[in-house]
Design a protein around this ligand. Sequence first.
Ligand code: SAM
Length: 208
Amino acid sequence: MSDNPVRGRLNAWLLQTLDGYMHQKYAAIKSGLLADVPAVVVELGSGTGANMRYLPAGTRLIAIEPNRQMHAALRAQATNHGIDLQLHDLMAESLDMPSDSVDLVFATLVLCTVDQPQRVIAEVLRVLRPGGRFVCIEHVAAPAGSGERVLQQTIRQPWHWLFEGCNLCRDTGAVLRSAGFSHVDVQPIILPTLLVPIRHQIIATCVK
Ligand SMILES: C[S@@+](CC[C@H](N)C(=O)[O-])C[C@H]1O[C@@H](n2cnc3c(N)ncnc32)[C@H](O)[C@@H]1O
């Protein structure tokens, strides 16, 4: 992640502007993925708090969010949704919680952007209790040879610059499958969205 204040603010503004649209696209998927959450959960890259609406009021959310331009909106969303927010201003590559201490870690549209996805997932595995879950929704590389893959390859550099490190061509499913979880379920989907470069996504549930 770069920490450019102008692009940081732009990305915070974009997330907030697109919040209603994204909620419309993801509501059913996220409601399923975040059903039955424990009282304390960890979210990587919480952004401006798009996922708080899916958590029961009173949930303690440990939000790992290194972009300070997102923090005011995150705090406001926590107040709106009755979430007990613990904001950790750090990168998910080095989590500050003890090993074997967490029941659920989740992330949406984050493993595309972290600098070192393998290291982030190793950290997730470290902090999860045995039997604990990591769930995520991520956009991924479109199938090789497809028009969408060509588009992703063509715009990947300006996209990476504009969206602070977002990589359109990651095979995040492969990262999850090779990480050492005891169980990994990766469902590919095509999100019906006009945001064509990120239509190819995965919904993943991984158990330590
Ligand atoms: C595309 S936004 C997604 C935000 C939110 N999860 C959502 O679905 O609306 C990616 C988020 O990941 C955060 N991020 C980038 N690199 C990160 C890292 N190494 N560790 C944790 N979060 C990171 C960014 O600051 C940003 O808030």
